[in-house]
Design a protein around this ligand. Structure first.
Ligand code: 0L1
Ligand code: MG
Length: 263
């Protein structure tokens, strides 16, 4: 690690304040070009610690930048991992206040819920499918705290991978009879299809993203506990939204989810 404890704490406070008060900041590697990957995750961990200390609960994990479309859109080559706090949850068909966010975008995701813990190294698609209780349709609302969504991977990891809100909807479907690679995904904004894809867009198989998360945590001596809900990553590019927009997602065999954006 290149940053000391005080700097990590200060950067966590800086980024979390931007999240909670909905203002944008420049990427933190501008002022700390020496920071490494461990520093980036340490800042994210400190943001998580701050939330837990205030009484928030962690309700899930997320994989980000797991599709080519997303990597190309953001100009990065590697997935990243973050956490989901309880107040990020939006009910299916619910509303998201634009005033609480900086410049949100939506992306269609397949959410996994585990019945058994997963631990790397060596986790693979088969192990993930065997440990999965069910999958659901999810809309992730990302909201980078960085001005104009301009960042590098270390900065975005520190910013909890742009996590801000999410919606789960449709049915909870066991994976036994599903081929997640060929599930069709259609996301509409105000009744118009704005993102179309299939599960395979996520690392060839969405379960590969969960395996990657288990291996990432395994390298840190951690695991994904049984019962965890995990967003496997945007199937398509993220789509910008504004007040008044209505977004709905349909995933073949999983059903639909929707969300509305208000002032
Ligand atoms: O969920 C995601 O793929 C977001 C990861 C962070 C990068 C971004 O803000 O697009
Ligand atoms: Mg996402």
């Amino acid at each position: 690690m290149k940053l000391d404890k005080a700097t990590i704490a200060a950067l966590a406070e800086h980024l979390e304040s931007a999240e909670l008060q909905a203002f944008d900041v420049v990427k933190i590697t501008d002022s700390h070009p020496e920071m490494d990957w461990d520093d980036a995750y340490a800042i994210q961990d400190e943001i998580r610690r701050r939330k837990l200390a205030r009484g928030a609960r962690i309700v899930g994990l997320k994989c980000g930048l797991t599709s080519r479309a997303k990597m190309k859109q953001m100009g990065v080559e590697t997935p990243c991992f973050g956490f989901l706090a309880d107040y990020f949850t939006v009910a299916d068909g619910g509303e998201v206040k634009m005033s609480e966010l900086v410049h949100p975008k939506v992306e269609p995701e397949i959410a996994f819920v585990l019945k058994r813990a997963l631990k790397g190294p060596g986790c693979h698609v088969g192990a993930v499918l065997a440990a999965t209780d069910f999958v659901m349709a999810g809309i992730e609302i990302i909201d980078s705290r960085y001005r104009d969504f301009k960042f590098d991977l270390k900065s975005v990891i520190a910013d909890n991978c742009s996590s801000s809100r999410f919606v789960l909807g449709g049915c909870a479907v066991p994976v036994d009879d599903l081929d997640l690679r060929t599930l069709g995904v259609v996301m509409e904004k105000n009744g118009e299809a704005v993102a179309i894809g299939a599960g395979a867009a996520v690392l060839g198989h969405p379960a590969a993203a969960i395996a990657m998360l288990a291996n990432h945590l395994g390298a840190r001596g951690e695991e994904i506990p049984a019962g965890t809900m995990i967003l496997s990553g945007g199937v398509t590019e993220a789509v910008a939204v504004k007040a008044g927009d209505h977004v709905s997602l349909r995933i073949q065999s999983l059903g639909s989810a929707s969300v509305k954006f208000i002032e």
